[in-house]
Design a protein around this ligand. Structure first.
Ligand SMILES: NC(=O)c1ccc[n+]([C@@H]2O[C@H](COP(=O)([O-])OP(=O)(O)OC[C@H]3O[C@@H](n4cnc5c(N)ncnc54)[C@H](O)[C@@H]3O)[C@@H](O)[C@H]2O)c1
Length: 300
């Protein structure tokens, strides 16, 4: 369930709150029931998940306990993972504080940590509630806002009609679109694949170029639009409209064959030589499997 309102730490005084060091400082989220993770991607490790589980234990968290994750996708991913394995799962509320987490990672119950440099390779599904307070966006820097806009571009390309000048309305429309898909396909067996639009190339760029997730997704959408067009799955007008918009707003990183091979470890990798795409088209996402050579022929 998603609810909207003003986050008040005092309402969660009986719960354990996990946040990160930036948010702790910016919003005074402190106290005996608060744990602060390191900021950003470095939080997503087994070591931090283990540290969280030890803290849950030390704080006497029981099977009926409730954990609240206040942060961006990194806090949500590792806290969600720890909450999903502690006593085989305790209740979780995600309070997303980045634009990307409000429209994407804070919804749908996927958790993940990184292992040996491979992103999101360990994870679980967890049923969580989401509490969205767009007031958190006031302290978010331009780079993180742009990253969220990358995911919002994906929703718009899939047909979600929003006025991006109205950020509250945009967040709500995207969050609810994702929530609806996830309710129909919680374990990501089919319908949810549409949300992977832009993510096959996007993940490779994110790792190779060390750029924010949503910026990589925007670039992924640019290139996957090119693939869809080459396969006759989308028309000239659709490709031109979205590629021009992405090029205007986002830095565009180059795709090479060696970068594509980074997809080898992606969960969308089908058999070592073939990768799965959810390609953007006028009629929603189309699932297609392509070999590395086929992709390279179109993009490189
Ligand atoms: N589980 C999912 O479904 C899913 C979906 C998409 C992305 N992700 C994951 O999300 C992660 C990226 O998350 P993210 O983009 O939210 O960034 P993030 O959580 O890594 O945070 C980025 C930075 O923004 C800071 N920050 C967060 N909120 C802030 C605020 N309100 N004001 C000021 N600073 C703030 C953080 O302290 C951090 O330094 C990636 O690891 C990605 O894999 C998960």
């Amino acid at each position: 369930m998603i609810t909207y309102g003003k986050f008040d730490k005092a309402s969660f005084v009986h719960n354990l709150i996990v946040t990160d060091e930036n948010l702790q400082r910016l919003y005074g989220i402190v106290g005996g029931n608060v744990y602060a993770l390191p900021c950003g991607e470095q939080a997503k490790s087994f070591a931090n998940a283990e540290a969280l589980c030890r803290w849950f234990l030390a704080k006497g968290l029981t099977r009926n306990g409730h954990v609240v994750a206040v942060g961006g996708g990194s806090v949500g991913d590792v806290t969600g993972f720890a909450a999903s394995i502690f006593m085989r799962g305790v209740d979780l509320t995600i309070v997303p504080t980045t634009l990307l987490a409000m429209v994407d990672s804070g919804i749908g119950g996927k958790t993940a940590i990184n292992l040996d440099g491979v992103k999101n390779v360990v994870g679980s599904f967890v049923h969580a509630d989401t509490f969205i307070d767009v007031g958190f966006l006031h302290t978010l820097d331009d780079e993180q806002m742009l990253s969220g806009m990358g995911e919002i571009t994906k929703y718009r390309m899939l047909g979600v009609d929003v006025d991006v000048a109205d950020i509250g309305g945009t967040v709500r429309a995207c969050a609810e679109y994702k929530q609806k898909l996830c309710e129909m396909d919680f374990y990501d067996k089919g319908l949810r694949h549409a949300l992977n639009c832009g993510h096959t190339i996007g993940h490779a760029l994110e790792i190779a170029c060390d750029i924010p997730h949503g910026v990589a997704v925007a670039d992924g959408l640019y290139y996957e639009c090119e693939i869809a067009h080459a396969l006759g799955l989308c028309g000239d007008e659709y490709r031109a409209r979205w590629q021009n918009e992405i090029k205007f707003h986002f830095p565009l990183y180059k795709v090479t064959l060696s970068l594509l091979k980074a997809v080898k470890y992606d969960k969308k990798n089908v058999d070592g030589n073939t990768i799965g795409f959810a390609l953007p088209t006028e009629n929603g996402a189309k699932n297609v499997n392509l070999t590395f050579d086929e992709v390279a022929e179109i993009l490189c």
